[in-house]
Design a protein around this ligand. Structure first.
Ligand SMILES: [Zn+2]
Length: 971
C-alpha cells in the first residue's frame, strides 16, 4: 500500500529544495505563461475549489513536460466586499457562519478574534489556502506571491486606471447599477448570494389611464400594446397612489420605493389593497379601447411596477391565466365586483403574424404543450420560444396602425420611441431576475449619480475585444459564442465603492477601486513583483513613468532610473522579464466568470497594450458536485480540502477531481470514487515496482504480440495527446490508465505461458517497461507524487515533472498486428460465451476458418463501402464475375446479405485496414495462438478451413465461418 502522506512530504520537499517550479526568463527556451484567478481569502478551501486550481496545475505540468519554461504564480485578492462582508457576519456572531467555521472547517475557537478585521481574516485564510495548495502539490512559483493591498500593487492599479482614463475609457455619469439599499453600495456578481450577476434591462413603462390616474405597466415588448385585452393586479398586495414628476400613478408599494432610487421624485398620497381596483377599467393609450382590471396572484409586487398588461395572443402566461380565470367559480367574480360574462367574452387579439404558426402563437404553443396551470414550469420555456420566434420572424398585422407590416425586431423600438415622444410611455430599469446581496437584502436598481464607470459600452473598444477574442484559444471551444455575447452586451461598469480594502482612484481618492476592476491585468504584475520584493523601492518611486517603461517600453531606462532611483540594469531586467513571459498564454477560471472577470480581462488588456501582448487563451471548467448534489452547508456535504487530503491522499484526490468530467461539465465527487482511485494507483504502483525489479533487455527480439502491445500504446499516446490539446483531461486519464491497463492485461495473458516456461523473459519485460515508462509520464500531470516515486525507482535522473511528454512513435505503429490480434481476442470471447452458455468443460476446441470465396465477397464489400456504392444486389452481381464464387450460386446471396450488414457496422478506419491486409491467413494466425487457447481452457485446439476435405465437423458449424470471425465447435 502506498503511504500517501510520506510520498507527498518527500516530493514536495524535494521540489521546494530544488526550486523546481521557480521560473526565470530563459531566452533559450520557449515560455508558457498561465494563471488562475487568485482567491478571495474569506474562508477555508473545500474540494470544490480544488478543481479549477488542479486543472491549472495539470495544464502547467503538461506544458512543462512539453519543454516549455512554465510560469504559474499565485496571489491573494483582499479587495472588495467578499472579505468585508464575512468579517461583518463574524462580528455579528452570525450563527450560520460560526457553525461553518467551527464545525465544518474546525477553526479553533481561540483563532476567531484574529478574523475580526478584514486584513486579519484575509491573512489567516490566505495562509490556510496556501497550505492547501502546497499540499495539493501545485507547481506554483511562490516567489511571486502578493496581496492586492500591497502598496506596490496599489501603484500598479493606479497606473492601470491612469491608462484607462487617458484612453477615454473612464466616464463619470449617472448609470443604473445593481444596488444594495442595506449596504449602501453597488453590487456585482461577487457581492451576491450564489454569485449571481445582477443583469439590468431597460423596460418600457406604458401609461394606461383612468381619467388622470396613470397605471404604468412595465414591459420588454412595447409593440404588443396593440394586443392588450385586460390588465392584471394582485388583489392581495399593497398598492399606493403616488405623485411622480407631476403625474398621479398607481404602483405597488415596493415599486414606489424603487422609483426613488431611480432618481424620480415620489410622494405617497394613499395606500390600499389591490383588491379595491379589480373590476375597474383602463384605457389603452394606443388603441383607445377600454379593458378590465382582473385579479392575478402571479403579479409580483417586487417586479417592476406591480401593474401588468395582459397580451394572451403573444404571452403564454397571460393566456393560461385568462383561461384559468374563466373557469373560476361564480363567487370568485362577485368578490371583485366583476361579471363572469365580462371575463369569458375576452378573446386573444393577435397582432403579430408568425409564419408556420397559428393565428395566436401563445395559444398555439400552450395547446401544443398541453399547459393548463399558471404554475406549470414549462411556461417559462414556452414564453422564451414565442418571444424569440416572434422577435426574429414576426411581422405586425394590419391592426397596428402605422406599424402594420413592420418586422417585430424594428417595431419594438419604433413603438417605444413614439410612445415616449407622445408622453404615453416612459422607461424604468429592472433586474431581469431577482438577486440578493450577501447581506441578505434584495438587490434593486439604482441610478448611480456622478459616479466613476469603466465604459465597456464603447463601440471602438468592443471592436478590439472582438478582435482579441478571434485570435484566442477558447477552451472548451463551445463557449466562444458566450464571450461574443458578453462583449456585445457589456455596458458601463461602476468601478469604485466607498467601502472596503483596495486602491484609491488616483484622481478622486474618496473612492476605492472595486474587486472586479482591480483584477483584470494583474497577470502582468507577477512578472515584476519578484524584482520589487528584492529591490524594495519606495512605493512613491513607482510612478507612471516607471510602469510605462516596464510594461510599454516607453521612455529611456536612464531617465526612469534617474527619477525612481532604481538602477538601470534592474529596470532593464524587469522589462525583459515582462517581455519574456507576456503575453499570457492561458487564463484559467470557473465558467461563472465569463460574464465579468474573464471578459473584463480581455477589454483591459486591449486598452493598455498593443496586440502582441494581448491574452492568447482562456480555459474554464464547471464546478464540483458531491454525490450528484450541489455542495452546501445545509446538505452537510462540504469537505474541506485539508480534510480531503488527509482522508484520501493528494494524488487520489487530484485524480478524482479530474476524471469524472470534461471541462464543460460539473465533476461529480464522492468518497467512494476517491477510494477507488487510491486502489487503482496502488495497483499501478505495485505493478511498476515488480516490473522495475526484474531485468529486461531493450535489444531482445520482439514477436507479433509484443509489436501489438507497443502499437496499441502508440494509439493511446496519440489519443491522450489529442485530448490534452483541449484539456479533455477525463479522456487523457481514461486512455493512460483504464484503456492501456486493459490491453496490458490482455498482453500479460497472451504471454503468461511463455513467462512461466521462462521463454522470452527479457523481451516481455522490455515491452512492459516501455509501456510503464510512457504511462508514468502520461499520468505525471495528474498524480505527480506517485509518478516521481516510480520515476526515481526506475533509476532516472531528475524529476519526472520535467521528463518529455510522450509522443507517438510512428515506427512502432502496426495497424495489421492490431487487426489480426482482434481475431484472436474475439475468438476467445466467443469460446468463453459458448462455455458459459452450455456449461461444457471443453476437451477440444475446433476453429473453422472461412473459405476463399467468402474472402473474395467480403473484400469486394469493403471496397464498395469505401467507394460508397455498397448494396446487396450489386455486391452479388459483382462477386459472381469471379469463377470460384460462381460455383456457389446457392450460398452467395444469403452470405452477401450478412456481409453487407457487418460492413455497414464496421468503423471506416478498420475497414480501410482490412482492405489493406487483403486475404488473411487466419489458420496460421490461430495455430500460432493455439498454445495460448490451450492454456486458457486447458484442452486441445485444432484449426481447420471449412473447405478442408478432412474436416471434423459433427455439428455442421463450419459453414458459419466468416472472414475475421472463425466458426467454433467445442467438444
Ligand atoms: Zn447588502
Amino acid at each position: 500500500m502506498v503511504d500517501w502522506k510520506r510520498l507527498e512530504e518527500k516530493w514536495q520537499k524535494r521540489w521546494v529544495d530544488a526550486g523546481a517550479f521557480e521560473a526565470d526568463p530563459d531566452p533559450d527556451r520557449p515560455k508558457y505563461y498561465l494563471t488562475v484567478a487568485y482567491p478571495y481569502p474569506n474562508s477555508p478551501q473545500h474540494i470544490g475549489h480544488g478543481r479549477t486550481y488542479t486543472m491549472t496545475d495539470v495544464h502547467a505540468r503538461y506544458r512543462r513536460m512539453q519543454g516549455f519554461n512554465v510560469l504559474f504564480p499565485m496571489a491573494w485578492h483582499y479587495t472588495g466586499t467578499p472579505v468585508i462582508a464575512m468579517v461583518e457576519r463574524l462580528k455579528e456572531k452570525d450563527p450560520d457562519l460560526l457553525d461553518t467555521f467551527l464545525n465544518i472547517y474546525n477553526i479553533p475557537e481561540g483563532d476567531l478574534h484574529e478574523l475580526e478585521t478584514p486584513v486579519g481574516m484575509a491573512r489567516y485564510f490566505a495562509q490556510e489556502i496556501k497550505d492547501g495548495m502546497q499540499r495539493m502539490g501545485f507547481s506554483i512559483d511562490w516567489r511571486r506571491e502578493f496581496t492586492t493591498v500591497d502598496p506596490y500593487y496599489s501603484r500598479f492599479i493606479e497606473w492601470q486606471f491612469a491608462k484607462l482614463r487617458q484612453r477615454g475609457y473612464i466616464t463619470q455619469g449617472s448609470h443604473p447599477v445593481g444596488w444594495c439599499p442595506h449596504c449602501g453600495n453597488p453590487v456585482g456578481q461577487h457581492d451576491t448570494v450564489g454569485d449571481k450577476e445582477p443583469e439590468i434591462e431597460e423596460f418600457t413603462v406604458i401609461k394606461f389611464r383612468r381619467g388622470d390616474m396613470v397605471y404604468p405597466a412595465a414591459t420588454l415588448r412595447p409593440e404588443t400594446v396593440f394586443g392588450v385585452t385586460n390588465m392584471w393586479l394582485n388583489p392581495k398586495t399593497l398598492y399606493v397612489e403616488v405623485r411622480v414628476d407631476g403625474e398621479s400613478w398607481v404602483v405597488s408599494a415596493e415599486a414606489a420605493n424603487k422609483l426613488q432610487f431611480m432618481g424620480r421624485k415620489v410622494e405617497v398620497v394613499s395606500e390600499f389593497l389591490g383588491a379595491r381596483l379589480i373590476g375597474g377599467t383602463l384605457t389603452n393609450p394606443m388603441t383607445g379601447s377600454e379593458m378590465p382590471i382582473l385579479p392575478a396572484n402571479f403579479v409580483d409586487p417586487k417586479n417592476a411596477t406591480g401593474v401588468v398588461m395582459s397580451v394572451p395572443a403573444h404571452a403564454p402566461f397571460d393566456y393560461v391565466a385568462l383561461e384559468q380565470l374563466k373557469k373560476a367559480p361564480k363567487k370568485a367574480f362577485e368578490a371583485y365586483n366583476l361579471k363572469q360574462g365580462d371575463v369569458s367574452k375576452l378573446r386573444p387579439v393577435s397582432i403579430i403574424e408568425l409564419p408556420g404558426w397559428g393565428e395566436s402563437p401563445a395559444v398555439d404553443i400552450v395547446e401544443r404543450m398541453g399547459i393548463t396551470e399558471q404554475d406549470d414550469p414549462r411556461l417559462e420555456k414556452a414564453t422564451k420560444e414565442v418571444y424569440s420566434q416572434e422577435f426574429h420572424n414576426g411581422r405586425l398585422r394590419g391592426n397596428t396602425g402605422r406599424y402594420a407590416g413592420m418586422p417585430v425586431e424594428r417595431a419594438k423600438d419604433a413603438v417605444k420611441e413614439d410612445m415616449i415622444a407622445d408622453g404615453e410611455a416612459t422607461t424604468m430599469y429592472e433586474l431581469i431576475e431577482p438577486v440578493q446581496c450577501r447581506c441578505g437584502s434584495d438587490v434593486i436598481v439604482k441610478i448611480f449619480e456622478n459616479q466613476w464607470f469603466i465604459d465597456y459600452g464603447d463601440p471602438a473598444w468592443k471592436e478590439l475585444a472582438h478582435e482579441n477574442l478571434e485570435m484566442m484559444e477558447i477552451i472548451p471551444r463551445e463557449l466562444r459564442q458566450e464571450y461574443v455575447h458578453v462583449i456585445d452586451w457589456l455596458k458601463n461598469k461602476a468601478c469604485a465603492r466607498n467601502v472596503g480594502l483596495g486602491t484609491r482612484l488616483p484622481w478622486a481618492p474618496e473612492w476605492i477601486i472595486e474587486a472586479l476592476s482591480d483584477s483584470t491585468i494583474y497577470m502582468a504584475y507577477y512578472t515584476v513583483v519578484r524584482w520589487l520584493s528584492r529591490l524594495r523601492p519606495d512605493p512613491e518611486a513607482l510612478t507612471e513613468q516607471f510602469w510605462d517603461y516596464v510594461f510599454l517600453g516607453s521612455g529611456s531606462p536612464e531617465a526612469v532610473a534617474e527619477a525612481t532611483g532604481i538602477p538601470v540594469e534592474d529596470l532593464e531586467g524587469i522589462r525583459r522579464e515582462f517581455a519574456y513571459f507576456y503575453p499570457l498564454d492561458a487564463r484559467h477560471s470557473g465558467r461563472d466568470l465569463i460574464p465579468n472577470h474573464l471578459t473584463f480581462m480581455i477589454f483591459n488588456h486591449d486598452a493598455v497594450w498593443p496586440r502582441e501582448y494581448w491574452p492568447r487563451g482562456i480555459v474554464v471548467n464547471g464546478s464540483v458536485l458531491m454525490e450528484g448534489q450541489k455542495m452546501s452547508k445545509s446538505l452537510r456535504n462540504i469537505i474541506p480540502l485539508a480534510q480531503a487530503i488527509d482522508r484520501f491522499g493528494t494524488d487520489p484526490l487530484r485524480l478524482s477531481l479530474m476524471i469524472t468530467a470534461e471541462p464543460l461539465k460539473d465533476a461529480d465527487f464522492s468518497p467512494e470514487l476517491a477510494k477507488s482511485m487510491a486502489d487503482n494507483l496502488d495497483k499501478f504502483h505495485a505493478s511498476a515496482m515488480e516490473i522495475i525489479s526484474a531485468p529486461s533487455n531493450p535489444c531482445a527480439e520482439l514477436t507479433e504480440i509484443d509489436m501489438w502491445m507497443l502499437s496499441r500504446l502508440q494509439g493511446y499516446i496519440r489519443d491522450a495527446n489529442e485530448a490534452m490539446t483541449e484539456m479533455k483531461v477525463r479522456k487523457t486519464i481514461h486512455s493512460a490508465l483504464y484503456d492501456l491497463n486493459q490491453d496490458l492485461d490482455w498482453y500479460r495473458r497472451r504471454v503468461a505461458t511463455q513467462l512461466e516456461r521462462g521463454e522470452r523473459k527479457l523481451a516481455i519485460r522490455h515491452v512492459l517497461r516501455t509501456v510503464m515508462d510512457a504511462q508514468v509520464r502520461l499520468l505525471t500531470p495528474f498524480t505527480p507524487h506517485l509518478c516521481e516515486e516510480i520515476w526515481e525507482a526506475m533509476g532516472n535522473e531528475g524529476f519526472v515533472a520535467f521528463a518529455p511528454w510522450p509522443e507517438p512513435d510512428g515506427s512502432m505503429v502496426r495497424p495489421e498486428a492490431e487487426e489480426l490480434e482482434s481475431v484472436v481476442r474475439t475468438s476467445i470471447e466467443d469460446v468463453q460465451k459458448i462455455v458459459q452458455v452450455t456449461g461444457i468443460r471443453p476437451s477440444r476446441i475446433h476453429f473453422y476458418t472461412a473459405s476463399t470465396w467468402k474472402w473474395k465477397v467480403y473484400l469486394n464489400a469493403l471496397r464498395m463501402a469505401e467507394a460508397g456504392t455498397l448494396d446487396v444486389g450489386t455486391l452479388i452481381r459483382d462477386s459472381f464475375r469471379d469463377e470460384e464464387v460462381k460455383t456457389r450460386t446457392k450460398e452467395v446471396p444469403s452470405f452477401a446479405r450478412g456481409v453487407v450488414e457487418d460492413v455497414m457496422r464496421t468503423p471506416a478506419e478498420t475497414a480501410r485496414r482490412r482492405l489493406g491486409l487483403k486475404l488473411v491467413n487466419e489458420s496460421k494466425l490461430l495455430e500460432d495462438a493455439a498454445s495460448f487457447f490451450g492454456a486458457e481452457f486447458g484442452c486441445e485446439v485444432t484449426v481447420e478451413n471449412e473447405s478442408d476435405p478432412w474436416i471434423h465437423d459433427p455439428e455442421n458449424r463450419a459453414p458459419r465461418a466468416k472472414p475475421y470471425r472463425p466458426a467454433i465447435y467445442v467438444e
